[in-house]
Design a protein around this ligand. Structure first.
Ligand code: NZQ
Ligand code: ZN
Length: 388
């Protein structure tokens, strides 16, 4: 096990009516808030009224900036930075999912920076100061509510990349599972694939002797798979929604990453799909993960077999790795399909061949991944394997 520092300071306020604590939470930081949200689901499904009711009751002055798109771009961030500076706003409340939270994180960094905030993403400029952020989560998926990352797409050069800093980890996340009842099946499923991928990116490591973290990860994945069936069948099953919501946070707050080096190649390879084709991130991961496993399996076949045995109950015939891996990939794909996700580019409606271009962008800073280091040619092969 590698040495590590584990720090997750996001306060989780979980349960039905947890939004009632918003006023007191925000008042610890500010009385002047930017309410940042997406394309309107929060207004349509009553979250906005509940949030505003609680903010008004606490005497918090609210400025609004909605309209964040899934796979968020830079324009809303510039608007948000200007709005905050003009009005002396010193707290950002993101109400939504990963896209809104990531946009809020960018605004939080940008307000306190004299240059162009995109420097944090493309040039890796270290963040020195950022406004505090709070979250009301409406979709369990990206795990951004307790993560240190923000992922944005620059439409001018199609770069979908992240910035990371402890300073942008949200101060709190209000998580009311009833807010997720309104999620369409496709978004529910894409969120489930994403949270599973966050665990798998950490699980597939070359580091040995990480048994405790492995076992937690396997249990987390099994629980997600079990409750996925329940939420797909009954979107208003409170207990199952609650399990999935909590799992989404735990999948990405790095408790399942400690003591080992994570991989993240699949995310880097997927980001080209959500950037070029505006594909939903989770759906892109369902397409790429099986292909990635097939391509890298020999880098540490015992770990791949352990995964399929412990998570998908594939018979442990370890003298026949081809069987275990082949059967495991089939079961993984079957699960993705069972919740309505595509498992190939063709199923996702992508039939043109831009593999070279995507692989070039993906590896523009060098190799991706650490389970097996992948260069441009490797990434092209993975796109090909994901084709059909
Ligand atoms: O925009 P609105 O109208 O709110 O609709 C959203 C959006 O269309 C809708 N939605 C959200 N909550 C809803 C709802 N619809 C009905 N009822 C609700 N309760 O769902 C759609 C997707 O929302 P989005 O925020 O895009 O989803 P998600 O949380 O999956 O975020 C995806 C983004 O996060 C990034 C992804 O790359 C992608 O850009 N990621 C961020 C990470 C991080 N910051 O740590 C890590 C992840 O790996 C990921 O890369
Ligand atoms: Zn993800």
């Amino acid at each position: 096990m590698r040495e590590f520092v584990f720090d997750n300071s996001t306060r989780i306020i979980f349960g039905p009516e947890s939004e009632k604590q918003l006023g007191s939470e925000i008042s610890r930081f500010s009385k002047k808030v930017l309410l940042h949200y997406g394309g309107g689901s929060i207004k349509k499904f009553g979250v906005y009224d509940k949030v505003m009711g609680n903010l008004n009751k606490s005497g918090i002055e609210v400025f609004e900036l909605g309209g964040v798109k899934p796979n968020p771009t830079l324009d809303k961030v510039y608007d948000g930075i200007e709005l905050c500076r003009k009005n002396g706003i010193d707290f950002i409340l993101a109400v939504g999912g990963g896209s809104v939270i990531d946009s809020a994180k960018a605004i939080a960094m940008g307000v306190e920076y004299e240059g162009d905030f995109w420097d944090f993403y493309e040039k890796g400029v270290p963040v020195k100061k950022a406004l505090p952020i709070g979250v009301v989560l409406t979709i369990p998926a990206a795990g951004s509510e307790a993560s240190t990352a923000s992922v944005l797409t620059n439409e001018s050069n199609k770069l979908k990349i992240s910035a990371s800093s402890l300073l942008i980890r949200p101060k709190f996340a209000v998580m009311n599972p009833t807010f997720t009842f309104s999620l369409p099946p496709y978004q529910t499923a894409a969120g489930i694939v994403d949270m599973m991928a966050h665990i798998m990116e950490r699980y597939f490591t070359q580091d040995r002797n990480v048994d405790f973290t492995d076992k937690l990860s396997e249990a987390a994945l099994r629980s997600i798979i079990k409750n996925a069936g329940k939420v797909m069948e009954n979107p208003e099953d409170y207990d199952a929604r609650a399990e999935i919501m909590w799992a989404g946070t735990m999948a990405h707050n790095d408790i399942l990453g400690v003591g080992r080096r994570s991989d993240w190649a699949t995310h880097a390879i997927e980001h080209q799909l959500s950037s070029l084709y505006d594909m939903t991130h989770g759906a892109g991961l369902a397409v790429i993960f099986p292909a990635w496993i097939r391509y890298v399996k020999d880098a540490y076949i015992e770990k791949i077999m352990q995964f399929f045995h412990e998570v998908f109950d594939v018979e442990a015939v370890f003298e026949n790795p081809d069987y275990v891996v082949g059967e495991g990939i089939s079961r993984l794909k079957r699960f993705y399909k069972s919740i309505g996700m595509p498992t190939s580019l063709e199923e996702a409606g992508i039939t043109d061949n831009r593999f070279e271009e995507m692989a070039e962008l993906c590896t523009r800073c060098g190799y991706v991944g650490s389970f097996k280091k992948l260069g441009k040619d490797d990434v092209v092969e993975i796109y090909k394997l994901a084709g059909k």
